[in-house]
Design a binder for this molecule. Structure first.
Ligand code: BYC
Length: 332
């Protein structure tokens, strides 16, 4: 019927009008704050934007296990080790919920992982920096998880139901992660001069990359305007970055640590901290694969993928074996 309509005079115009109407109805649902669910009609660009963002998010969680996993064997006490193992496991779990959310959009997990391994898919720039000392584990919890929460709380209200629901549990766990990181920083900053210096050094190295986690400035953000119209994003990159700075600077002061930004100042009339300029050339270099650990991170993911091959094959064989009696029963 539809193709016949296209063949007839005025058919293409009718199809266009039909498409416009569907888009309008979709936008009205978004404007009414209705959740979009997997079986609902959605514009292809909405689906692709979500796949891109959710997959990047899932990859970030999984690659994000590596810098912290690096310290599990060297955590300074049994308690610290137990907490760190739990945190790293949580990140793996977040990756799994997010891959599942992406799969509801009609893409397979295998395809997404292949995109990561081939270097076609992005993951957060932040995980391309090394964890050189124990204080880096504190800084990651405090700053990286702190930035992640700032970005992810609004995602609990994202217009796509499965993503929004996954974010609720993820945010609860991230807030525990943030507190464990801050507690490490507090312990170090109340410790010996060497421990305080270690905490300061970690803040010096993680501050700017944490600000870059929020993505390019609004003026250079390709996707923000459309993603905000679709209520995938609720705030722009710069708005979230500013919220993070305003919350985090007083926390650094409480620790007695100096934020490594000589231009940072409090603007009384705006009631905001105003940071100095971000070095975006560093961000772009990391995105191009030229960060300190890009190569190492991808190598680790390749090795893990290969090491897990027999598990995937065994699971597939097991599933197949359990299909056989079912098929036999159906045939009989
Ligand atoms: N790193 O138009 P824009 C965690 C890309 S994990 C790399 O602003 P958008 C944790 C962007 O993809 C936290 N790439 O994009 C885990 C786009 O490239 P393409 C991860 C970045 O999507 C373990 C281009 O730049 N969180 O918490 O509107 C341990 C233009 O950007 C980055 C999420 O993934 C970056 N930092 O906004 C501890 C949250 N920034 O695709 C902690 C979900 C931008 O056009 N994601 N790009 O080639 C988002 O909220 C958004 O995707 C972003 C970017 C705010 C990140």
């Amino acid at each position: 019927m539809y193709t016949q309509a296209l063949d007839s005079p005025g058919g293409a115009a009718a199809a266009d009008a039909h498409e416009r109407e569907r888009l309008e109805r979709f936008q009205e649902r978004i404007d009414r704050d209705e959740k979009i669910e997997p079986k609902d009609w959605m514009p292809e660009a909405y689906r692709q934007t979500l796949i891109r963002q959710i997959a990047q998010h899932a990859h970030s969680e999984v690659v994000g296990m590596l810098p912290e996993g690096n310290w599990i064997t060297r955590a300074p006490s049994l308690r610290r080790k137990v907490v760190l193992i739990a945190k790293v496991q949580d990140e793996g779990g977040h990756g799994m919920y997010l891959y599942s959310a992406a799969e509801t959009l009609g893409v397979s997990r295998g395809e997404l992982i292949e995109q990561l391994l081939s270097g076609r898919a992005k993951y957060s720039s932040i995980f391309n920096y090394p964890t050189l000392t124990w204080a880096d584990i504190g800084a990651i919890g405090w700053l990286v998880d702190g930035a992640a929460i700032m970005n992810q709380i609004p995602l609990c209200r994202c217009s796509y139901g499965p993503y929004a629901r996954a974010m609720v549990r993820i945010c609860k766990e991230e807030s525990f992660h943030q507190r464990q990181g801050y507690e490490i920083m507090l312990t170090l900053s109340r410790g010996s001069a060497a421990q305080r210096a270690m905490a300061q050094d970690a803040l010096d190295r993680w501050w700017w990359p944490s600000l870059m986690m929020f993505g390019p400035s609004d003026a250079h953000s390709v996707h923000t305007a459309q993603s905000m119209r679709w209520k995938i994003k609720r705030f722009s990159n710069d708005e979230l970055r500013q919220k993070f700075i305003d919350v985090t600077v007083p926390q650094a002061e409480f620790l007695g640590l100096a934020v490594p930004d000589p231009d940072l100042r409090w603007d009384e009339s705006a009631q905001h901290y105003v940071p100095g300029p971000i070095d975006w050339s560093e961000f772009h270099a990391v995105l191009k694969g030229e960060g300190p650990c890009n190569r190492e991170r991808l190598e680790a993911r390749h090795a893990a993928h290969e090491a897990g091959r027999w598990v995937r094959e065994a699971a597939a064989a097991f599933a197949e074996k359990h299909q056989e009696p079912l098929r036999a029963a159906q045939a009989g």
